[in-house]
Design a protein. Structure first.
Length: 170
C-alpha cells in the first residue's frame, strides 16, 4: 500500500522536506536597506578621499621631479613604478623649483603614499562588507537584483556576477 495519499480534489500538492524560510520582516528589510545606503555613502567618501590623496601625491611627485629628485628615488619613496612616476611628472608643466630640502620632499612623499594606501585598504574593507550585505539580502530574499543595484549604485549585471550561485527571490 502506498505511503502517500491523494487529496480528494485530485490536485497536486507539493510538500518540500526542507523547512521554508520565513519572509523577512519589515524591520529586517529596513535595517538591511539602511546598511546598504550607509555603505554606498561610505564608499563615496572613501573614493573622494582617495582622489584627493592621489592628486596631492601626484603634485608632490611632480614637484620633486622639478626640484631634481630622480625617478628611481621617487619610485622607491612612493612605491609606484618608474613609468608611473614619469607619467605623473610629465603631466605637470607649470611648476617652479620649491627650494625644499630633499629629505623634506621624500618624507612628504612617503607620508602621502602611506595615507593613500591606508585609504585604499579602507575602501576595500567597505566594499567587502557591502558585498556581504548584498549576499545576505539575496539569501534572505529581502531584495532582488534590480533593487540591490538601485541601493548600491552598481549595475544589475554586477550584482548577478558577484552573487552567482546565491538563491534569488522569485
Amino acid at each position: 500500500m502506498p505511503t502517500h495519499t491523494r487529496s480528494t480534489t485530485a490536485r497536486y500538492s507539493y510538500r518540500a522536506r526542507a523547512p521554508r524560510t520565513e519572509a523577512p520582516t519589515h524591520v529586517e528589510r529596513a535595517k538591511l536597506v539602511h546598511a546598504l545606503a550607509l555603505h554606498r555613502q561610505l564608499l563615496s567618501h572613501a573614493s573622494s578621499a582617495i582622489r584627493n590623496l592621489t592628486a596631492g601625491r601626484n603634485e608632490l611627485i611632480a614637484q620633486a621631479v622639478e626640484d631634481g629628485l630622480g625617478f628611481a628615488t621617487i619610485s622607491a619613496a612612493t612605491g609606484e613604478n618608474l613609468r608611473t612616476v614619469r607619467t605623473i611628472a610629465l603631466a605637470y608643466d607649470d611648476l617652479h623649483p620649491s627650494g625644499l630640502p630633499r629629505q623634506a620632499q621624500l618624507a612628504a612623499l612617503k607620508t602621502k603614499s602611506r595615507e593613500l594606501r591606508a585609504a585604499e585598504r579602507h575602501r576595500e574593507q567597505i566594499t567587502e562588507r557591502r558585498e556581504a550585505l548584498i549576499v545576505m539580502a539575496l539569501r534572505n530574499h529581502v531584495c532582488d537584483d534590480l533593487e540591490l543595484a538601485s541601493l548600491t549604485g552598481l549595475t544589475p549585471d554586477h550584482i548577478r556576477r558577484a552573487t552567482r550561485g546565491i538563491a534569488r527571490p522569485a
